[in-house]
Write a protein that binds this ligand. Structure first.
Ligand code: HEC
Ligand code: HEC
Length: 221
């Protein structure tokens, strides 16, 4: 009887200690998640918001794109590509070169990760739609782009394709042109940029590109 009682007490003690451990671990996890998003927010306010805007929805006058709601993996990759000169490295693209200079001050992997996770957690905003043949744009988009970028241009993490909804028409037009003329997506090590460069040729002419971009700019996130 005494033996049984002891066993019973021990198992309660073990359960209690186990419970405390689980509690301590989850508090630790929550604290570290909160800390990394806080670090991301602080880094953003100090080093990025002057150009990308207080809500990370971009600034048209500075040609800086929206980052809010963008996939963290895509953002980290772009920051790495800027810093390695894979994007903006040859100097022919003045705006990418500007962003490359900033990326060189962001050398810690953890900082990039914290920033990217913070940005992904922000809600994407709507953009000013541009006039154009959105019906044609919708058809072309679904036929040639949606398979990778998602039916609502929300992006697809598994296919490494970024969100396009929430990016301004002028930024989309410029990037598309850069894929077409090889300013972006030509570096041998830029696997996904090269993929997008190949796809860019599927739209036949400028009118088709304009229609697709008019359609994307009409999507309300
Ligand atoms: C001096 C202005 C300026 C500052 C400061 C700045 N950026 Fe940029 N950023 C730009 C411009 C301009 C572009 C567009 C480059 C292009 O057209 O290729 C850009 C592009 C980007 C892109 C590519 C987005 C995409 O959809 O491919 C990322 C990611 C980015 N910036 C992140 C950051 C982060 C993070 C910070 C802070 C550490 C930052 N930027 C600070 C001007 C700035
Ligand atoms: C096979 C998949 C695939 C298809 C189809 C595709 N894309 Fe992409 N797209 C990508 C990937 C992957 C990237 C990211 C490239 C990188 O990492 O630099 C990208 C990037 C982009 C960007 C740059 C976004 C930014 O934030 O800078 C634009 C603009 C774009 N695509 C437009 C389009 C349009 C318009 C179509 C249809 C005509 C299209 N894409 C079809 C895979 C695809």
């Amino acid at each position: 009887m005494r033996h049984l009682f002891l066993c019973y007490c021990n198992s309660i003690r073990t359960a209690r200690v186990g419970g405390l451990l689980v509690l301590a671990f989850s508090t630790l996890l929550q604290t570290s998640l909160a800390a990394s998003s806080e670090t991301g927010a602080t880094l953003y306010q100090t080093s990025c918001q002057s150009c990308h805007g207080p809500d990370a929805r971009g600034k048209e006058v500075l040609n800086s794109p929206a980052l809010a709601g963008q996939s963290a993996a895509y953002l980290v990759r772009q920051l790495e590509h800027f810093s390695k000169g894979i994007r903006g490295g040859d100097g022919s693209d003045a705006l990418a070169k500007q962003m490359r200079a900033i990326s060189l001050s962001m050398t810690q992997d953890q900082d990039r990760q914290d920033l990217a996770e913070y940005l992904e957690s922000l809600p994407a905003g709507a953009v000013t739609p541009i006039a154009g043949d959105t019906d044609l744009g919708y058809k072309l988009y679904q036929a040639s782009c949606g398979g990778c970028h998602g039916g609502d241009a929300q992006g697809n993490e598994l296919l490494n394709s970024p969100r396009l909804a929430g990016l301004s028409a002028s930024y989309l037009t410029r990037q598309y042109q850069h894929f077409l003329d090889g300013t972006r997506g030509s570096d041998r090590s830029d696997k996904f940029g090269r993929q997008m460069k190949m796809i860019a040729a599927t739209l036949k002419d400028r009118a088709q590109v304009e229609a697709v971009i008019a359609y994307i700019s009409s999507i309300q996130p």
